[in-house]
Design a binder for this molecule. Structure first.
Ligand SMILES: NC(=O)c1ccc[n+]([C@@H]2O[C@H](COP(=O)([O-])OP(=O)(O)OC[C@H]3O[C@@H](n4cnc5c(N)ncnc54)[C@H](OP(=O)(O)O)[C@@H]3O)[C@@H](O)[C@H]2O)c1
Length: 305
């Protein structure tokens, strides 16, 4: 099969190559999926799980990519819940070969059925950003209607999902980002927008929940804006500060079939809009990942035309 591999961490996306690889086999509780579309988060080339297995042994050459939509072509020993020919989408294991390939073997529990009226490209854009927003807001952040959310990077892949899901849940959302992202963040439903380069973040206060996708100084300044007893949720590493009497949670997104189904249902009925940037064929993927212009939204690789 055709697959993109990386072998050299220092080279980042410039070290990616389109090569021939053997088709994967389904292990216990796995399925093999023919990948139709794959999402890609560029930061994954900096994650330890991209380069080493759970015992910290080198696993290069590695096929990156963790989000996919496709069709099940084989079941492993003992696999239940999905069938051959079924349309699926989901989030693949961080430590196994990934989705930038024509086929992937992965655990069935990390996939959800994909309704026939949802395009593979749309479905491949949802798992990481949708699940991250869902888990950060509702599981870790315990968001309630009427609360306020500071959604950093609100025009980005995760932030646009945070903004939409928080608004739907009855929260007041203050989005942040670059000046050029103001209208996009407002279009995704932010009630207000703070330009992090020009506006005073400190004008905002009494926040119930900060959803951080940036970290560093922005995270530290944001914690000071949280009301006593409020929550910081961050997805960019250990929290560096904690709100007074409150909670600071950093987490890594997990696949969840029920949550994937909730998210895709919202896309079907128009409550949630996906945020897709560039779309490319597998043959053009390396050039797309290495393009110099600013990325806006999720990059999706259409593996099967
Ligand atoms: N822990 C987890 O489970 C998890 C899950 C998903 C994502 N993540 C991480 O979350 C981060 C965001 O992911 P994403 O896919 O949403 O990325 P994205 O689509 O690039 O969105 C991030 C947004 O934040 C903006 N931004 C970043 N730094 C900024 C700054 N200093 N000032 C103003 N705006 C800023 C970006 O603008 P520019 O592009 O102009 O910088 C972009 O619009 C990544 O680091 C990713 O690895 C973690």
């Amino acid at each position: 099969m055709k697959a993109i591999v990386v072998t050299d961490q220092a080279a980042g996306t410039t070290g990616m190559k389109l090569v021939e690889r053997p088709e994967p086999q389904a292990a216990i509780n796995d399925v093999v999926v023919q990948v139709h579309a794959s999402g890609f988060v560029p930061t994954e080339l900096t994650w330890p799980s991209t380069w080493a297995d759970r015992r910290d042994c080198d696993r290069t050459p590695v096929i990156p990519g963790h989000e996919l939509a496709g069709v099940v072509t084989a079941l492993g020993y003992g696999t239940t819940g999905l069938s051959v020919g079924q349309r699926v989408f989901g989030l693949a294991d961080w430590y196994r070969d990934g989705t930038l390939a024509e086929y992937i073997a992965m655990e069935a529990r990390n996939l959800a059925p994909l309704p026939g009226d949802v395009d593979f490209t749309v479905a491949a854009s949802l798992p990481i950003s949708g699940l991250t927003a869902w888990q950060g807001l509702f599981q870790h952040g315990r968001l309630q209607a009427g609360q306020s959310v500071l959604a950093h990077g609100a025009a980005g892949a995760v932030g646009s999902m945070v903004t939409q899901l928080a608004r739907e849940a009855g929260a007041y959302v203050i989005g942040t980002g670059r000046a050029a992202d103001r209208q996009k963040a407002l279009d995704f439903g932010a009630n207000e927008f703070v330009d992090l380069d020009k506006d005073a973040l400190e004008d905002v206060g009494g926040i119930d929940l900060v959803f951080d996708v940036i970290g560093g100084d922005i995270q530290k300044r944001s914690v000071a804006l949280i009301r006593a007893g409020g929550t910081l949720v961050t997805v960019v590493g250990p929290a560096e500060a904690r709100p007074a009497d409150g909670l600071a949670v950093d987490f890594v997104v997990e696949s969840d079939r029920a949550q994937l189904s909730e998210i895709v249902q919202r896309v079907r009925d128009g409550r949630v809009r996906t945020n897709i940037g560039k779309v490319s064929a597998l043959e053009g993927a390396v050039a797309t990942f290495n393009a110099t212009e600013r990325r806006a939204g999720k990059t999706v690789i259409r593996v099967r035309p």
